[in-house]
Design a protein around this ligand. Structure first.
Ligand code: FAD
Length: 377
């Protein structure tokens, strides 16, 4: 069996690696002319690192990233509100949470592919059903016959629009800026993710390599993201801790990525006939739990195990059955966290912070326990 993967993002590349390990051939089609590294970081949580351990990539990812042993929510001045201690999970699953540059991760993944072809400049335009097969039609004029295809083409998936045209993308009405900067972070923050919550805005930062910090900042908008101007970024976060203000100051404005935050409202079907969705194409989530890519990586693992064990139809069925509940849990919880984080009313915020501060660490641990546990195929 040969499988066609649309999209060479983290989900598509990890799927190709996992399938190669099972001896299943893939062709990958990517719209970009070049696979340029996005100037941002990413946290590969314990569940994603368990998958990369199975794929033989744990060590190289650890060598190129920075271990994170604690995830903290703080006030704008960086005093703690809540903390998830990740050391318990490091010991339990024998892998760490790793913060890494996205470009570095992409390089590592690409390096692993030995037998898969990646066709760049292949933007999928449409799919035609011809008998039992699919004809993939690309913007560059090429048309190819495909037996089994995986849509790993992200939030605005063309593959999904072909098999489920009615899916609903939701705007969280939040604008997000992301950057990577050369910055000497105080040692105390060296192995932590800190996310500071202000008034309808927040700022997160984490070290991804020596003297390299990845940060992200979000603000609620009313009608459109154009209500904000990147030139005023320092001003929007002027009431935050000086470390945060210094991080913003140290980043060159033309290297900051700006995006609106959206997700896909949960749907109960991820496949139709010989075509299946994976990662953001199936269950795009808001980034509030740092789990979007981690869920795509879990998809890649479970789907490759299923395709190794069953015929494609039963593999898709089993994959959906195993992966859907957790992926939807992430989408729904993340959506709620995004709203909670941006509360404006000072009394509600005070109450929220008190409740979060008093929540026993055992409760936070149970939440993470569910997210970090991999499904068995
Ligand atoms: C601000 C922010 C912070 C985040 N932080 C984290 C984090 O810390 N941890 C985490 O796990 N997740 C995080 N995420 C989520 C994560 O980035 C995504 O969930 C993840 O990238 C999804 O991977 P994917 O491969 O499914 O899709 P994508 O990364 O979107 O990749 C899709 C690929 O398909 C290609 N493509 C699209 N359309 C076509 C087409 N028609 N034809 C051919 N190719 C096509 C695209 O060019 C792209 O290469 C964050 C997201 C945001 C917005």
């Amino acid at each position: 069996m040969s499988i066609d993967i649309i999209g060479a993002g983290i989900g598509g590349l990890t799927t190709a690696i996992a399938l190669e390990k099972k001896g299943i051939k893939t062709r990958i089609f990517e719209q970009a002319e070049q696979l340029k590294p996005v100037g941002a970081g990413i946290i590969l949580a314990n569940n994603a690192m368990q998958v990369y351990e199975k794929l033989g990539l744990r060590e190289i990812i650890e060598q190129n990233g920075n271990p994170i042993s604690s995830m903290n929510i703080t006030k704008a001045n960086l005093t703690a509100i809540s903390k998830v201690d990740l050391k318990y999970f490091e010991q339990k699953h024998n892998v760490k949470n790793i913060a890494i540059h996205r470009g570095k991760l992409q390089e590592i993944l690409l390096d692993q592919l030995k037998n898969s072809q990646i066709a760049l400049n292949h933007k999928l335009n449409s799919i035609n059903k011809i008998g039992n097969q699919n004809q993939l039609v690309f913007d560059n004029g090429k048309e190819l016959t495909s037996q089994v295809a995986i849509g790993a083409d992200g939030l605005n998936s063309v593959v999904r629009q072909h098999i489920f045209p009615k899916n609903n993308i939701r705007s969280a009405k939040q604008i997000c800026w992301r950057g990577v900067t050369e910055f000497d972070l105080p040692k105390t923050y060296g192995n932590e993710l800190n996310e500071a919550w202000g008034k309808a805005d927040r700022f997160g930062f984490v070290q991804i390599a020596p003297n390299k910090v990845y940060w992200y900042a979000l603000k609620t908008f009313k009608q459109s993201a154009n209500e904000y101007d990147i030139e005023n970024l320092e001003n929007y976060f002027k009431d935050y801790n000086t470390v945060i203000r210094d991080i913003i100051f140290s980043t060159s404005k033309n290297e900051i990525h700006t995006a609106e935050i959206s997700d896909l409202s949960p749907t109960n079907k991820w496949f139709k006939d010989t075509i299946c969705l994976l990662g953001d194409a199936a269950h795009a989530t808001t980034p509030n739990m740092g789990q979007g890519a981690c869920q795509a990586i879990e998809d890649a693992y479970v789907l490759s195990e299923c395709l190794n064990k069953y015929d494609y139809y039963n593999a898709f069925k089993q994959y959906q059955k195993l992966r859907l509940p957790k992926a939807h849990r992430v989408v729904n919880t993340s959506w709620k966290i995004g709203k909670l984080a941006h509360w404006k009313n000072p009394i509600s915020r005070k109450l929220r912070n008190t409740v979060m501060r008093l929540t026993p660490s055992k409760v936070n641990r149970i939440q993470s326990e569910i997210i970090f546990k991999l499904e068995t195929v």
